[in-house]
Design a protein around this ligand. Structure first.
Ligand SMILES: Cc1ncc(COP(=O)(O)O)c(C=O)c1O
Length: 413
């Protein structure tokens, strides 16, 4: 199985990071903090002055979130679950959290609805009255003395996918993801009016994430790259018009605190559109394999997992412990982790990266011994943290800290 491309112009991880963790036990998560800091600065530059809301799903390490939020230009968290948002608020003191996906977590909703402070801190996303009905249903189960009067903060989610077809209302192909049903400015305005009229809720923002631009690599093989780039250009034009009109229409209904869109793959494009007040981004800090394949930018790999060699079945082969840490998405080879160092090692075509062990073939296999590390990169950013209790944080050639992951803290959402 062929190893895919890594960013040119460097060896990843650099020798200073490799030697810093020598002698530690693996599987081990490793963050190259110097690379992550450079990525942070570069993301801020790419966003051209627009604030970045940190997408916690792409980090899943509270200390990393804190570290990034200490930089100017980064504001608040885009969480992926309400239970997570409650933990981040209560245990980490984060005071501005948007839960970027609709929530039906009854337990966490009860905690939210009973807590004035959380109601000030956390914004939920919604795109339909039935989600608000669900929240009201939970509110009704609370003993009356426990419910708090403050409204639930709501961000309306607008569909930033582009429908491409010959006719406005005819069959169309969706270049985007299936999330919000609110596709036209008129639909957005109508739902905004619903939220504003409904007791117990306050409309404070819009979320409109253009996954097909921000999250879709455009340096594909063969015709795939040019086709994706062409579709992106069409989609950017569609959004510049449609999202701008939707934001204007919703602002006629309620004063908005924020309009959030974009992601690591679109920082400069989302900023240039002019309709957003902030960008939600997270992957670029670790810069996983998926983000090696964009035409307009390149960040540095900053997160790895190091797996120890456990045996050598034949000349030219070694076997490392674990490895089958595949990424979510449509099942294909490009969901597999990538061997980063030694870079000549390849997976076995018949076994691939395995549940407990992973055979690797290549010249370097012959100089590795049991206990030596092979370094891998995950295809996506935060998912790898679900396999690890903590990351060893390396800076200037030394392990300077140990950052627990959500999993390590027992936070499973
Ligand atoms: C709502 C939302 N905003 C922003 C992002 C961008 O995150 P990242 O920068 O990690 O790609 C995502 C990623 O899926 C998302 O779902």
């Amino acid at each position: 199985m062929k190893r895919r491309e890594v960013p040119s112009g460097g060896e990843y991880p650099p020798v200073s990071v490799r030697s810093a963790i020598e002698g530690l036990d693996g599987p081990l998560g490793v963050i190259d903090l110097d690379a992550m800091d450079r990525n942070t600065v570069k993301m801020r530059e790419r966003a051209g002055g627009l604030a970045i809301r940190v997408a916690s799903k792409s980090l899943r390490v509270p200390a990393a979130v804190d570290h990034i939020l200490a930089y100017d230009g980064f504001t608040g968290v885009l969480a992926y679950s309400l239970a997570e948002a409650v933990c981040l608020a209560r245990e980490r003191g984060i005071d501005d959290i948007v839960v970027g996906y609709p929530t039906v977590e009854r337990g966490a909703l009860r905690e939210l609805l009973e807590d004035e402070e959380l109601l000030r801190t956390i914004t939920l996303v919604a795109d339909s009255p039935e989600q608000l009905q669900m929240i009201d249903g939970v509110r009704r189960t609370l003993p009356s003395r426990q419910a708090v009067d403050s409204p639930v903060r709501i961000a309306l989610e607008f569909d930033a996918g582009t429908r491409i077809g010959p006719f406005e209302t005819g069959p169309s192909f969706l270049f985007g993801v299936r999330r919000s049903p609110l596709h036209t400015p008129e639909q957005a305005k109508e739902f905004a009016q619903h939220v504003v009229r409904r007791p117990g809720f306050r409309l404070v923002g819009i979320l409109a994430y253009e996954a097909q631009i921000a999250g879709l690599p455009d340096r594909g093989v063969g015709l795939k790259g040019p086709l994706i780039r062409h579709l992106k250009v069409r989609s950017i034009a569609d959004l510049a018009e449609r999202r701008t009109r939707a934001v204007r229409a919703v602002r006629e209904v309620a004063p908005l605190e924020f309009v959030n869109g974009g992601g690591t793959g679109s920082l400069e494009l989302s900023e240039a559109e002019g309709s957003l007040t902030e960008i939600g981004a997270g992957s670029g800090f670790y810069s996983p394999v998926q983000f090696d394949h964009y035409t307009d930018f390149l960040h540095e790999p900053a997160a790895y997992f190091a797996l120890p060699v456990v045996r050598r079945p034949a000349p030219g082969w070694c076997v490392v412990f674990q490895g089958g840490w595949t990424a979510s998405g449509p099942i294909a080879d490009d969901r597999l982790p990538v061997v980063s160092w030694p870079s000549d090692l390849e997976f076995s075509a018949t076994e691939g990266p395995g549940e407990v062990q992973t055979p690797l073939r290549g010249k370097s296999a012959d100089r590795l011994r049991p206990g030596d590390f092979v370094f891998f990169r995950h295809v996506k950013a935060g998912e790898v943290a679900e396999r690890l209790a903590h990351f060893a944080v390396v800076s200037d050639g030394r392990v300077v800290d140990t950052w627990p992951t959500y999993r390590g803290l027992g936070w499973t959402f």
